[in-house]
Design a protein around this ligand. Structure first.
Ligand code: HPA
Length: 235
C-alpha cells in the first residue's frame, strides 16, 4: 500500500498502462484483459491487474495534469517496483498536419513546468521518453501495419488559455500537439532509471476546433490501446 494506491505489494504488474481517466482503465480491463482483479480504488482512481495473452499487465489511471501523474507514477515506480509505464492518452493538435484519430508516439516532451527542476534538479525543458519502450512501440506498430507518427509534444499545465496561437515552447521544440502529463512521467522515470513512453490519440485539432465526440472516444482509443498492449508483450 502506498499513500495513494491501496494495492498490496505484488498486486501490480511490472508494466502498467496508464490512461488519464479511471473509467478508461476499467474499459481496458473489462475488454482487453482476462483474470482481472481490482487492486486499488482509492479516490476512485482504479487500478486493475490481469492477463493479456498470458502476460501480467496492470492498468490504472494517472488523473489529469503533471501533479497527478507525478504522484501516481512515482508511487508505482518506487513502492510497487514497476519497471515500465506507458501513458495512453489524448492530445490536441497544434497543426492541421495532424488529423483526428491519428496516433502519436511521443519522442520528447517539452514543458514550461518546473516539476523536473524542483523534484529532481533537472534543468531541461525537453525530456525524452525513457528506456527502450519508444522504439519497441514503433517496431510493434510496424509489425501491426499501423501508421503512427513519432513526434515531440508539449506538456502544458493549462487547458484553457486566453491567448490563441502556439505557445513559444511548442514552437521552440517543434511540438505538433499538446497534452498535460508526459513530461512529469518522463522526469520521474529518468530520475528513477525506469522506462516510460506515451502514446497519444489526437482528440482535437486546435486551429479548426474539430473534436472527437464523447461517444466516438471509446472506439477511437482502441488502436492506441491495442498498440500499447501488443508493445507491452515485448517489454
Ligand atoms: N490541451 C491540453 N491537453 C489536451 C488537449 C488540449 O487541447 N486535448 C487533449 N488533451
Amino acid at each position: 500500500m502506498s499513500v495513494h494506491i491501496a494495492a498490496k505489494k505484488g498486486e501490480i504488474a511490472k508494466i502498467v498502462l496508464q490512461p488519464g481517466d479511471p473509467l478508461r482503465a476499467k474499459y481496458i480491463a473489462d475488454n482487453f484483459l482476462t483474470d482481472v482483479k481490482l487492486v486499488s480504488q482509492t479516490r476512485n482512481i482504479f487500478y486493475f491487474t490481469g492477463l493479456y495473452n498470458g502476460k501480467e499487465i496492470s492498468v490504472g489511471a494517472s488523473g489529469m495534469g503533471i501533479p497527478s501523474i507525478g504522484i501516481y507514477s512515482f508511487e508505482l515506480f518506487t513502492e510497487y517496483e514497476v519497471d515500465t509505464i506507458i501513458r495512453i492518452g489524448t492530445c490536441g493538435a497544434y497543426t492541421t498536419d495532424l488529423k483526428l484519430f491519428e496516433v502519436l508516439n511521443v519522442e520528447n516532451a517539452a514543458s514550461e513546468s518546473t516539476y523536473g527542476k524542483f523534484a529532481w534538479g533537472f534543468e531541461e525543458e525537453l525530456l525524452p521518453s525513457q528506456g527502450s519502450s519508444f522504439n519497441l512501440i514503433n517496431e510493434t506498430a510496424k509489425d501491426l501495419s499501423l501508421e503512427i507518427k513519432s513526434t515531440n509534444i508539449h506538456t502544458s499545465d493549462i487547458f484553457y488559455r486566453k491567448d490563441e496561437g502556439i505557445p513559444a515552447i511548442a514552437e521552440k521544440y517543434n511540438c505538433s500537439a499538446v497534452e498535460m502529463e508526459a513530461f512529469a512521467l518522463f522526469a520521474n522515470a529518468k530520475y528513477l532509471r525506469k522506462n516510460a513512453a506515451a502514446i497519444l490519440t489526437v482528440s482535437d485539432v486546435i486551429p479548426t476546433q474539430e473534436q472527437i465526440s464523447a461517444d466516438q472516444r471509446e472506439k477511437a482509443l482502441k488502436t492506441m490501446i491495442e498498440l500499447a498492449l501488443q508493445s507491452a508483450l515485448k517489454m
